[in-house]
Design a binder for this molecule. Structure first.
Ligand SMILES: Cc1cc2nc3c(=O)[nH]c(=O)nc-3n(C[C@H](O)[C@H](O)[C@H](O)COP(=O)(O)O)c2cc1C
Length: 402
């Protein structure tokens, strides 16, 4: 991830969402950052500096006339020491200041004096966000290369519902991680599948499998972090959509097949073709052949219904067979002879890379162990959290793409 080992100045300005900045501080630290908090005077009215000082173990700066820094120039020293500055929450007033290049207080001055990247997480009521002046300022910030993360829409402290809420701390950490990560897939379009499929027998019953979708969603996140434009075709899972990922929900293998090819068909003279297809979904090989429109009734006695099966389309092989296929990566969950079955699948599907889950009991778990099979080489990724493995895998794939 992009956060580990980074020194981040967290600027807290005057908005109600300042209370979330304390949780954000903790989450950034958990992701491996050293956090230095700087607040505006208005920010310090919402949450006291003592809270952040206790969380970070570092003095909190508010006043530009603070003499605790030896040369008396806190704004220079703090911005020099930072790898990145994140303003969360960023008030409408503070963004106006930034857009104009004002240096009215310590936080604004250190933003102006910075040499490191700067991101803002706006937080304000709906009308303030929609005001043309705020929209002008946000556009100016983007034009100046400042990252604008969010806002989100939903319930607001003022009782309104709409756009302007600050992203929740966990989503912010994800977005900050993506923003700071090396951009190995910059400019690339990636299509992924994840989760199980669900093959209905009748309106209330169906056949599915134990895929949780966690690995596929982690890879989608890692691709975003690497700078890719990501579309995720997801089977039925209850996982939240990763930040900046476009998600298409499907149920059956046939729907997944159609959604994938529909996406690949969008390439045109104006729309770049997909560079990479990663098939992580556990797609059902067969579906019940005769779907019943109404629930199959339980009959008296011991009679059980007979189920006949029909073959589902092979999504990965069909993508690999397209006239101009993207670089195709498949996933395999074998219960035995992993390597032999994996190599066989690699050849059968006509793809350059297959990733095998080592141990088939990883469904739903947060850890995994992977074996990357390619023609003529194998790479083992040791047991680790799926989020970490996803980043390693994406690094590996990016090398092949380049
Ligand atoms: C109770 C209260 C809540 C406020 N909430 C917000 C807010 O969520 N977002 C915002 O942009 N301004 C909000 N404001 C207004 C800012 O606090 C005000 O513009 C302040 O001058 C911002 O200063 P700063 O940008 O230096 O932090 C609020 C003001 C009050 C009194």
């Amino acid at each position: 991830m992009g956060i580990s080992g980074k020194r981040i100045v967290l600027g807290v300005t005057g908005g109600v969402a300042a209370y979330k900045a304390a949780v954000l501080t903790r989450e950034l630290q958990r992701a491996g950052a050293r956090v230095q908090v700087v607040m505006t005077e208005a920010g310090a009215r919402f949450v006291g500096p003592a809270t952040f000082q206790a969380l970070t173990g570092e003095p909190v700066f508010v006043d530009q006339w603070d003499t605790r820094i030896a040369n008396g120039m806190a704004h220079i020293e703090l911005s020099r020491a930072a790898d990145a500055i994140v303003i969360a929450p960023a008030s409408a007033d503070f963004m106006a200041s930034l857009a104009q290049g004002r240096a009215g207080d310590l936080l604004a001055t250190l933003c102006l004096a910075r040499e490191c990247p700067l991101a803002v997480a706006p937080a304000m009521n709906r009308q303030m966000w929609e005001n043309p002046a705020t929209q002008r300022n946000v556009q100016q910030l983007r034009d100046d290369g400042i990252e604008v993360i969010g806002p989100d829409s939903g319930d607001q402290a003022c009782g309104e519902t709409g756009m302007g809420r600050m992203l929740e701390p966990d989503a912010l950490v994800e977005a900050i991680g993506a923003w700071l990560a090396p951009k190995r897939l910059a400019g690339r379009r990636v299509l992924l599948t994840a989760g199980p499929t669900f093959e209905p027998i009748d309106p209330v019953r169906g056949i599915t499998n134990r895929s949780s979708g966690k690995m596929g969603f982690a890879i989608a996140r890692a691709c975003v972090a690497a700078g890719a434009d990501v579309t995720l075709v997801a089977g039925p899972v209850s996982l939240p959509t990763p930040w900046a990922v476009r998600r298409i929900n499907v149920q059956t293998a046939q729907q997944m097949h159609d959604a994938v090819h529909g996406e690949l068909d969008t390439a045109s003279a104006a729309v770049r073709a997909h560079d990479l297809f990663i098939a992580v979904a556990a797609v059902a090989d067969w579906r019940p052949a005769n779907y019943r429109d109404s629930k199959i009734k339980k009959t008296d006695g011991n009679a059980v219904p007979e189920l006949a099966f029909a073959q589902n389309p092979d999504i990965l092989a069909s993508v690999a067979r397209r006239a101009h296929p993207p670089y195709c990566v498949g996933f395999a969950a074998e219960s035995e002879s992993l390597e032999a079955h994996g190599l066989d699948k690699l050849a059968r599907k006509g793809i350059p890379m297959l990733v095998a889950n080592i141990g088939h009991e990883t469904f739903g778990l947060d850890d995994n162990e992977l074996l990357i099979l390619e023609h003529g080489s194998q790479t083992r990724l040791a047991r680790a959290p799926k989020a970490l493995l996803a980043h390693e895998l994406v690094r590996h794939i990016a090398e092949r793409l380049s």
